[in-house]
Design a protein around this ligand. Structure first.
Ligand SMILES: O=C(O)CCC(=O)C(=O)O
Length: 270
């Protein structure tokens, strides 16, 4: 059985617009609010097409806390369906995916074609090493800037880099990995936004991986809805791996945007 421990709370926005390290964790900032549970459920249903309701959402957003040992995530529906549809269509027009060597991944020293499409965008001069490949940021496109700024407004965090993954159908996937590269600012969560078909993101504790796992810890599964935002807070990526497994029955695409804050280093520090 998958475990999915949730609490719902309202995030108080930092009036400065920037939530730093000293601003406290989400759960410290938030307060429990049971009324929000219904609102979020309604929005979740709305996004899965069960309820016809395209009303604008009011601030503050209802957040769900997802917790397990050493795992701390926050989940919400940031975009209502029409806005999510429009962002999806605009991303399809604007994002240019890598090809050739940049569309390959290194596994045990060998290069393989990645089972999805990938692109990176961000502030000038930024790059990010992922699975043995150094990815240069292209300049932000208009829709990526709009989405980035909407996430900053909702969370108080600023981001200078985004990794875009496009899964054409349920055969496309991403294997288990940790986003723990040293160039990532650990005080800033990784903000994962989803557009398109619902896919499961599965977290597995590092001590519970493989046949000879040292411990038995249940995986945590999150069904990422169209228009949703998942914040992976520290220390999630220190203790847990995550993956987007194959789902043979899924026939339609999904685009994920993982916004990050990359620490800019001087040449002498590299
Ligand atoms: O598709 C997703 O939501 C997961 C993407 C991911 O694991 C990553 O960007 O590191």
């Amino acid at each position: 059985m998958d475990t999915f421990v949730t609490r719902t709370w309202k995030r108080k926005l930092d009036p400065t617009g920037v939530k730093g390290k000293d601003a406290g964790s989400g759960s410290e900032q938030g307060e429990r609010n049971t009324e929000d549970e219904g609102g979020l459920e309604k929005r979740l249903q709305s996004c899965s097409g069960l309820v016809e309701d395209d009303t604008e959402f009011t601030e503050p957003l209802p957040w769900k806390k997802i917790e397990a040992e050493g795992l701390d995530c926050d989940y919400t529906l940031l975009f209502h369906r029409l806005q999510a549809d429009s962002h999806f269509q605009q991303l399809e027009k604007e994002v240019e995916y890598f090809s050739g060597d940049l569309a390959k991944v290194q596994v045990f020293g060998k290069f393989h074609n990645i089972p999805r499409k990938q692109a990176t965008y961000g502030d000038p001069g930024l790059n990010y090493s992922f699975s043995g490949v150094k990815l240069m940021a292209r300049p932000w496109t208009p829709v990526l800037e709009i989405i980035r700024d909407q996430i900053t407004k909702a969370t108080g965090h600023t981001f200078n880099f985004v990794l875009v993954n496009r899964y054409k159908d349920g055969n496309d996937h991403i294997g288990e990995h940790q986003d723990d590269e040293r160039e990532l600012d650990p005080t800033c969560p990784i903000a994962a936004v989803s557009f398109g078909v619902v896919r499961d993101l599965v977290f597995r504790h590092q001590e519970a991986r493989g046949k000879n796992a040292a411990r038995k810890i249940e995986p945590v599964k999150v069904a990422l809805q169209h228009g949703s935002l998942l914040l992976m807070n520290w220390p999630t990526n220190v203790n847990w791996y995550h993956s987007l497994p194959v789902r043979k029955k899924v026939l339609t695409p999904r685009i994920s945007l993982t916004f990050r804050r990359v620490i800019k280093r001087h040449k002498s520090q590299k």
